[in-house]
Design a protein around this ligand. Structure first.
Ligand SMILES: [Fe+2]
Length: 312
């Protein structure tokens, strides 16, 4: 780890259907909200949101006990979501710190939940694909590093992101599943195509997700982990899936009382915005992610690596 970098802190804590009107971060709302925040709060709060919190790093831990996961099957998972590599905050140095911190967790498997490059309404400089990919290539886990793609990958950089992940030898799961087997811990790792891959109108999207086809690849009774970028698919995920892992929301990115969850890009508002959600015995963990989008600021949702321990 870069000795000059701040130390990460820890805390506990229908296939291919058109999406009618999924809420997402409205650039206009977010800019107006951020301006309002600065206007009603001490200037220090704005400076913190723009210059300090986005450059921090925490490890958030969960130890869920989903009924569809065998209680005696230990598995540790590190989750890296929404890297958004680019200026001003997710520099190559910060990407390197994320990778080094993730490796120190020594998890059995590492998963990447999409949105790899920066995208702002203001001018920004992206970390070159080959550079962030070279850092991600250093991720190390006995059961490997696996990726899915997010909406920004589809909207902005798809060929380059695919090539970068291929160069890093990180396989991408898209509506398919693989069986992983480490010392009697057999399980299926499934990855869903992005749910809002194509913008087809104002706040209207079409996905490339196919949940039935994805789960059709599960051919044994072993437990299933499902990777999705947007958590909004969760109401359709059957109880056969032990745990669903999602990113995309950034926890709202600006989490301020009276405003939150206005900026949560989900048609369900705050329902799936962040954290460990249990509904009807089905388990979902939503990461607040690492980078920023639309504007380079975070408040109340520091960049996080998620560590999950199953069967603990
Ligand atoms: Fe996203």
């Amino acid at each position: 780890m870069n000795s000059k970098a701040p130390r990460a802190t820890e805390r506990t804590a229908g296939p291919r259907a058109e999406r009618p009107a999924p809420a997402r971060i409205s650039r206009r709302r977010l800019l107006l909200g951020a301006a309002g925040l600065v206007g009603i709060s001490p200037a220090a709060a704005g400076a913190y949101a723009a210059g300090i919190e986005p450059r921090s790093l925490v490890v958030t831990r969960y130890a869920p006990n989903p009924p569809a996961w065998p209680a005696d099957r230990k598995l540790s998972i590190t989750v890296i979501a929404d890297l958004h590599a680019g200026s001003p905050d997710m520099t190559l140095t910060h990407v390197r710190r994320v990778v080094e911190t993730a490796n120190l967790l020594r998890s059995d498997v590492i998963v990447l939940l999409g949105d790899y490059t920066a995208s702002y309404v203001i001018a920004n400089t992206k970390v070159p694909y080959r550079d962030w990919a070279a850092e991600l290539a250093q991720l190390s886990a006995p059961l490997g590093t696996w990726a899915i793609l997010g909406n920004h990958d589809w909207w902005n950089d798809l060929p380059d992101v695919r090539q970068a992940l291929a160069d890093a030898h990180i396989p991408v799961l898209e509506n398919n599943a693989v069986m992983l087997d480490g010392e009697g811990r057999r399980f299926w790792l499934a990855g869903l195509g992005d749910q809002i891959a194509f913008r087809i109108g104002r706040h209207r999207f079409r996905g490339v997700d196919d949940l039935p086809a994805t789960l059709a690849e599960v051919r044994t009774d072993d437990p299933v982990l499902l990777l999705v970028h947007e958590p909004d698919i969760f109401p359709n995920v059957p109880s056969r899936v032990a745990l669903t892992l999602a990113g995309h929301t950034h926890g709202g990115q600006i989490r301020v009382p009276l405003i939150w969850p206005a900026f949560v890009p989900s048609q369900y508002g705050g329902r799936f915005a962040y954290g460990h959600i249990v509904e009807q015995g089905r388990h979902l963990i939503v990461s607040g992610g690492l980078g920023t989008s639309v504007i380079p600021a975070r408040l109340g949702v520091p960049p996080e690596i998620v560590r999950i321990d199953l069967g603990a």
